[in-house]
Ligand binder design. Sequence first.
Ligand code: 8DG
Ligand code: MG
Ligand code: MG
Length: 144
Amino acid sequence: SEAAAPVPRVAVVVFLLRGKTVLLGKRCSSVGQSTFALPGGHLEFGESFEICAAREVKEETGLDICKIEFLTVTNNVFLQEPKPSHYVTVFMRASLGDPQQVPQNLEPDKCDGWDWYAWDNLPKPLFWPLEKMVLSGFDPFPVG
Ligand code: 8DG
Ligand code: MG
Ligand code: MG
């Protein structure tokens, strides 16, 4: 039988903001191996961006988020990766429901661990869809 033709998929990722820091984790997955990325994952059938954002953050870090808002969307084609893929990536922002809550690494096969990083001192290398945004001057923090 023939392999299914590849198709673009939708991902929802979250700038989880705490003061002037964001939550990032170093990826262990084949796409973006060893680069720092936002929590997030695949949009499921019938799901809103907000529900997907809250679900993925909870599954990956145990954190409960609030003030979930849409920021922007980018088109990301990964042809050089071991497994070529294409994602339409929806970027959301959110805050911690409880500012004292600490992230847990609930999917250690996919991530080395989560931590807060100052926006003006981000770790390297960033996952390239995120790197592209930072280089373009994108700022996920609310104005004022
Ligand atoms: P799932 O089974 O939980 O739905 O998926 P996942 O294992 O959590 O997927 P993921 O790789 O974390 O996210 C899906 C895709 O989203 C990823 O392969 C590429 C795209 N993506 C970006 N930027 C980012 C980002 O900053 N973080 C994450 N996690 N994914 C991103 O384009
Ligand atoms: Mg996930
Ligand atoms: Mg993920």
